[in-house]
Design a protein around this ligand. Structure first.
Ligand SMILES: [Zn+2]
Ligand SMILES: [Zn+2]
Length: 361
């Protein structure tokens, strides 16, 4: 709490991503919250795969993934409110929050249902993409994108929910993962690790993960998040069948975004089972009749989550007593953001987080 009363400086260093796999620091004024806004002292701001895929290497994102050059990066922010704009409705200085990473127009059907991710208004702006994000000491946030962080969760837990864990929670609840299911996760990067952790919490009795990277298989095994971590090679389907009485898994989720990962998820889905794709980019090609139609499989696409489900997720994490930060393998201060992005880009680690103050442990 002490930090909330500390003097707020006039300027701050912010990280921008110019492309070509580099990180640059620039000076920015610390913003003043207007009506409906709050100023948040950043505590944890994690790196998401989308930052690497669409911004860090090159600016390839379009539309909602179009990075506005010069914006402070970071779309998984969590911190403590230090200042509330005029006529604030819900929060006060000292409150701990996670920030849903898109500010929508607030007026369209998608926004009204909390899916600001799907808002198509020109007023829509994602933190770290079209408006300043969390890789700086302070973030100007819309009050209606803040979600209160339960006391039992750390700021790092909160940051991880802002995109990655929120995305997995949405996808797993959409395919109704429960205690009747065995779950396959293809791709064990940070999103895959999140899917494994949440799938178990939702009741899945067996969790199998696959990845092409030996480093990521090791991270998943060492963290104990999967019952079996299998190399994603041509033997993977056979091994999954062996582990499931030749039936496959009732629920499958692709977090790899790779054509082979998607195909494996579909092929390893049990007859009448449910499969969801959350890994972004790329394509997939498969024989529709034997892979999808004849096995009576339901296939879903799922993009990020809603404000309501983000609130629901943090409430459930509190009750379950589990911590997303378990998937973090690297915490770095803002000054080492270049190193943090380089680590995340190499794809051999768990989650990489830029941390501030007490989160830098
Ligand atoms: Zn909208
Ligand atoms: Zn993301």
């Amino acid at each position: 709490m002490a930090k909330a009363t500390q003097a707020i400086p006039a300027t701050m260093k912010g990280v921008i991503l110019p492309g070509n796999s580099t990180v640059e620091f620039r000076d920015f004024p610390v913003p003043e919250p207007g009506p409906g806004q709050v100023l948040v002292r950043m505590k944890a701001s994690s790196i998401c795969g989308s930052d690497i895929r669409a911004i860090y290497r090159q600016h390839v994102g379009k539309g909602p993934e179009g990075y506005q050059p010069g914006m402070i990066a970071g779309h998984e922010p969590s911190g403590q409110i230090v200042k509330v704009g005029p006529n604030g409705k819900r929060y006060k200085a000292g409150d701990r929050v996670v920030i849903y990473h898109i500010s929508g127009c607030g007026c369209c059907d998608d926004c009204k249902h909390g899916y600001m991710i799907s808002c198509t208004s020109p007023h829509r702006a994602a933190y770290g993409w079209q408006r300043h994000g969390g890789h700086a000491a302070y973030l100007l946030a819309e009050e209606n994108t803040c979600v209160r962080l339960p006391d039992s969760l750390t700021y790092t837990d909160g940051a991880l929910c802002a995109c990655g864990f929120g995305t997995c929670y949405e996808a797993l609840t959409r395919i109704r993962v429960c205690g009747a299911d065995r779950l396959l996760v293809t791709g064990l990067g940070p999103v895959g690790l999140a899917a494994a952790m949440l799938g178990r919490a939702l009741g899945a009795t067996l969790v199998i993960g696959t990845d092409v990277s030996a480093g990521r298989l090791k991270v998943a095994r060492d963290l104990g998040l999967v019952d079996h971590a299998l190399p994603a090679d041509d033997k993977a389907l056979g091994r999954i069948k062996d582990l499931t009485g030749a039936r496959g898994c009732e629920a499958t989720i692709d977090c790899s975004g790779a054509p082979a990962g998607r195909l494996l998820a579909l092929q390893a889905t049990r007859q009448w089972g449910r499969c969801v794709f959350v890994g972004e980019g790329n394509k997939v090609e498969f024989d529709v009749s034997p892979v999808l139609i004849h096995p009576q499989i339901t296939l879903y696409g799922s993009w990020v989550t809603s404000l309501k489900h983000l609130e629901e997720l943090v409430e459930r994490l509190d009750r379950w007593g589990i911590h997303p930060e378990k998937t973090v393998t690297h915490r770095l201060p803002l000054e080492k953001a270049a190193e943090a992005y380089d680590l995340a880009d190499k794809g051999q680690t768990g989650k990489v987080v830029v941390c501030f103050d007490e989160e830098l442990k």
